[in-house]
Structure formats: structure tokens, C-alpha cells
Write a protein that binds this ligand. Sequence first.
Ligand code: SAM
Length: 245
Amino acid sequence: TSYGFRKVADGEKQGLVNDVFHKVAKRYDMMNDVMSAGMHRVWKDALIASLNPRKDVGYKTLDVAGGTGDIAFRIVEASDRKAHVTVLDINGSMLAVGAERAEKKRLSENLAFVEANAESLPFEANSFDAYTIAFGIRNVPHIDVALKEAYRVLKRGGRLLVLEFSEVEMPLLERFYEEWSFKAIPRFGKMITGEAEPYQYLVESIRKFPNQENFAAMIRNAGFSRVTYTNYTGGIAALHSGWKL
Ligand code: SAM
């Protein structure tokens, strides 16, 4: 099927992505619930269960493309407020919403917010016990570069977890999902922000993202060991795991 989107050049991608998230930052959390029909909460909980953060004060996670803080809050809570999470995002508007939410939840002590690019992390090598990224890596123009950076900043024995939309494995579900994503999501986007095109771009980026096996191969290429993945909701989302050994 062709959906007739205009071609987006490589250099233009980051700018488009940044525009979307600047515009929606304040409404992002509500839109997430609407557009995923609440499913993003289940998938995020699965990531946290898989990470199973240590309950000690020294445990350090870097949550990249962390946006408004959903993953970070869950990690801190799952560690009985012992762990420390650095929320990194290229978009200051998303981080500002995250910092405000953190204050309200009284989690600020366990969190740091850093505005930076996943392709060039402002941290020393071997700094973190875990690196997480949820629904962010497909927005990064050079995924291989981001994965190399993940490998660099993790300590030996550190864990990589990537949650991302993936290839749907059930034909019936796929039909429904395509209708939903290509028609409903841009329509909701237009209702809420007045523009449909940025959402078309985001949905298109899901289709262009490598499938489970190909993405696992990219993670291995970046140097990670014991790379595995788990599908959720028939592959609408997949969680990839790797270790720096
Ligand atoms: N992880 C959050 C969640 O699951 O709710 C936010 C996901 S949101 C769909 C994608 C985020 O990726 C946005 O906040 C966006 O600013 C961020 N992003 C896009 N490109 C990035 C880059 N090159 N480096 C860091 N973050 C980036």
C-alpha cells in the first residue's frame, strides 16, 4: 500500500521530529494515552519488569529520549526510590514538562534532566549500569551512532533496553493497526494540534524502522552480547535487550 507521503531527506528528519515534540510537549502524555489506547503503560511496565532495577543508591540509569519522564519515574519507583536516572532528550520543551511532573511526584532528588543528542552523549565512557530508550530510537537519524554511544557510556556488565514499535506478526491485527495508525493517529494529531503532517511522519517512521531481527543485528553490530527481544501486543511493540560484557 502506498500512503503518498512526501519524501523526507535525512538532514531534515531531526528538525521535523523536534517541531512535533515542541508543539505537543504539554499535551504529550494525554496524546500517548489516546493514540496507544493506553497500551504504552503496559509496554513501559514490561520494560521496567525486565530491567528489574537494583534497589541500591549507586544504581545509575540513563534514559535517552526520555521526554516527559515516564520511564525514569517508573525506574525510580521500582527501586524504592534508591536508583538515580538521568533523563536525556534533545527537546527542552519535553524535558521541562518532565521536570515539572518530577517535582509534583517528589522524585526530583533521584533525577537529572539533560538536553542533548542521543548521537553524541555528554558523558564519560563506562558511566551507567543501564541505558533505556522507549519510543525514541526510531526518531534518531543515525541509529547505529546512537547504539555505539549507548555501548560507550555503559559500564561492563551494563544493560541496554530498547522499547520501540515493531513488525506486527498477526495479519488481522496488522490490518486493524494500519487503519488505526495511518488514519486515526494523524486525525487525532490534527484535532489536538491543528496539524496532521507531523503525525504522518511519525507513523511513517514506524514503518521504516527495522523489524525485530534486523534491529537485533544492529544492536549486535554495536558490540552488545546476548541480544534478545520480546514482542508485545502481537509485535506492535518489541523490547530488545543487550549486555555490554
Ligand atoms: N521515552 C518517552 C516515552 O516513552 O514517553 C518519550 C518518547 S517520544 C515518542 C520521543 C522522544 O525522542 C521525544 O521527546 C524527542 O524529543 C526525543 N528525541 C528525538 N530525537 C532525539 C535525539 N536525536 N536525541 C535525543 N532525543 C531525541
